[in-house]
Write a protein that binds this ligand. Structure first.
Ligand code: GTP
Length: 597
């Protein structure tokens, strides 16, 4: 195919600004999918994505478009994940295309995620076409939003395309803009094969499917090709393009995007950003900028019922077939028994995996406090990664501890700014910048990731009545005064509740935790002390008093059906409790105790 007739692009947008709806429209209007096959939101294939309205797995579609100039173009859309946790995948897939449509909801304006993603696009050297969506809404203010795009992002928005992805207004103009305003790809057909691995996923019929963008050279069915990072060699068994269903193709040349399969067993063997070349006479230098996905948030996952351990292991293995960025290692906890320590790209990633384990595999899980990776600088000069507070070595061996910091960008209407600043300050934040984008403030904070992983996002949404938007990048590791806080219930340490905290905040956190636990743990027939301690020193203490017999008698007496109901409730509740020595702790306690108010 003539390079001049190809356009590769992605769509960048904040969640809910209409990315999927626009993609659907583009597919529909070019007849790529027959009308009767058109499912709303074709590109979001997983249920969870649909339910939560987020796009997790990158996907792509090849569209054929007869333009006004009389030529037939091939447009390749790469769908990028929209969430901060997948920033690396976003930045890689952006490098596989030459341009972006910047979709902004004309009734909402620019959001934190719009900014984060548009910066990825600018970094990748994209030509960007601003698109204002939802102009059908009475609340749409296209002129104001255009001005905002110019002020905040510094992009010329005078030629922004005005559309309503929902009703179809402006879609032909978007297609023309893609052809006339985005550049064609460059590449040398006669050079050795050089292609970028953009994405991969596990398909139960085909095994691992790899999506690539060819930079130079040609790949054909039957070729032997090599992954430059792992040096693994595979045969190309199937070569296809996504329309969005797979359509076999004989070859892919420069500028083209497609998929191949070749008896690859695990998604793990295919690293996003890797360079693919021919086994023989391959290219010499790989594409720059490759880095393996690094889990940054860890937590323990334990089955509520110890008999479910094998099922949990199988489920984790199955999920990993499709998600190489999530790691797991067997872990034993004195309190929780056998389980796994799992690593995730971020909090949302953690939630998505946990949800899938519970829903798709019908498992009841206990999730321990999420923790970040601390760097322990030992006195002997060794640097250790600490993934689990329970593994904290003897304090006297440690010289100092570094923790990951993030640079967070928050956009918030002025009236909530005070509360947002207070929240950031409470979380050990350092204000870096404060500016205005129209009526909204944009604050940049340097924050410890550890303070953000519990419930920062929930708190931010609640103090701003849902109006604040938030995005972050990990900036650096920095030393701080961190200590391990243990929680003792009935004088027994509950390792799953131990956590790393800042020394100055330990007393407050300790007090809050024991108070919360006192409410969360049901009364028993005996008194239960609940304590927080640093090393051997108790910093907070509460006592859960014993249950009084006459109260229960009253409660269970009388009406038989009420009694039965109560017993049933109790049984269901039991299922989600764990025994710690003589004490039963409900599952919610493990997460709720960590939330700060
Ligand atoms: P994520 O997949 O979560 O990133 O969201 P998205 O950006 O793909 O947004 P999506 O296409 O799912 O649209 C979000 C909501 O806005 C849906 O309820 C759409 O029906 C609605 N929507 C999209 N385009 C328009 C439009 O032009 N006008 C109106 N009124 N609503 C729209």
């Amino acid at each position: 195919i003539d390079l001049e007739l190809i356009r590769n692009f992605s769509i960048v947008a904040h969640i809910d600004h209409g990315k999927s709806t626009l993609a659907d429209r583009l597919i529909q209007m070019t007849g790529t999918v027959a009308e009767r096959d058109m499912k709303a939101q074709m590109l979001d294939s997983m249920d969870i994505e649909r339910e939560r309205g987020i796009t997790i797995k990158a996907n792509s579609v090849r569209i054929e478009y007869p333009a006004k100039d009389g030529k037939r173009y091939i447009l390749n859309l790469i769908d990028t994940p929209g969430h901060v946790d997948f920033a690396y995948e976003v930045s890689r897939s952006m490098r596989a295309v030459e341009g972006s449509l910047l979709v902004v909801d004309a009734s909402q304006g620019v959001e934190a995620q719009t900014l984060a993603n548009v910066y990825h696009a600018l970094d990748a050297g994209h030509e960007i076409v601003p698109v204002l969506n939802k102009i059908d809404l009475p609340a749409a203010e296209p002129e104001r939003v255009k001005q905002q795009i110019e002020d905040v992002i510094g992009l010329d928005a005078s030629d922004a395309v005005m559309i309503s992805a929902k009703s179809g207004i402006g879609i032909p103009e978007v297609l023309e803009a893609i052809v006339t305003r985005l550049p064609a790809p460059k590449g040398d057909r006669n050079a050795p094969l050089k292609a970028m691995l953009v994405d991969s996923w596990y398909d139960s019929y085909l095994g691992v499917v790899v999506m690539i963008r060819v930079i130079d050279g040609v790949v054909r069915k039957g070729d032997r090709i090599k992954m430059m990072q792992t040096n693994a060699v595979y045969g190309v068994d199937k070569l296809a393009v996504l329309k969005p269903q797979m359509v076999d193709i004989a070859e892919l040349g420069p500028g083209e995007i497609g998929i191949w399969t070749g008896s690859i067993k695990q998604v793990r063997d295919t690293r996003v950003g890797d360079t693919i070349t021919s086994e023989k006479k391959g290219c010499e230098t790989p594409l720059p900028g490759f880095k393996p996905a690094q889990p940054v948030v860890f937590c323990g996952l334990f089955p509520v019922d110890a008999n479910d351990f094998d099922d949990l292991r199988d489920a984790i293995e199955k999920l990993q077939l499709n998600d190489a960025s999530f790691s797991s290692e067997m872990e034993t906890s004195a309190a929780l028994g056998f389980g796994f320590r799992c690593g995730f790209l971020g909090l949302l990633h953690l939630e998505v995996i946990r949800d899938r384990l519970e829903r798709e595999y019908d498992l009841d899980l206990i999730t321990t406090a999420p923790s970040v990776v601390f760097h322990l600088h030992m006195k002997d000069g060794e640097v250790r990664d600490l993934h689990n507070p329970a593994d904290m070595p003897d304090l006297t061996l440690i010289d100092h501890i570094d923790e990951p910091r993030i640079k967070a960008t928050i956009l918030v209407p002025d009236e909530y700014l005070g509360d947002v600043l207070k929240l950031c300050q409470d979380r050990r934040g350092i204000q870096m910048d404060l500016s205005y984008a129209g009526p909204r403030a944009m604050v940049v904070y340097d924050l410890p990731l550890a303070e953000v992983v519990f419930d920062f996002y929930d708190r931010l949404k609640s103090v701003s009545k849902g109006y604040a938007s938030f995005d972050y990048v990990i900036s650096e590791y920095r030393e701080d005064h961190l200590v391990k806080m243990s929680i003792l219930v009935n004088d027994e340490p509950v390792d799953a509740l131990s956590m790393m905290v800042h020394r100055d905040r330990a007393d407050m956190r300790g007090r809050a935790m024991v108070e919360k636990l006192k409410d969360l743990i049901p009364r028993h027939m005996f008194k239960i002390p609940i304590q927080a301690a640093i090393g051997g020193r108790v910093i907070a203490r509460e006592t859960l008093s014993a249950m009084r017999k006459d109260v229960t008698a009253k409660c269970y007496g009388g009406d038989a059906s009420r009694k039965k109901k109560l017993l049933e409730k109790q049984k269901a509740g039991k299922k989600r409790m764990r025994q710690f020595g003589k004490v039963e702790i409900p599952q919610e306690a493990f997460i709720s105790a960590l939330k700060m108010d």
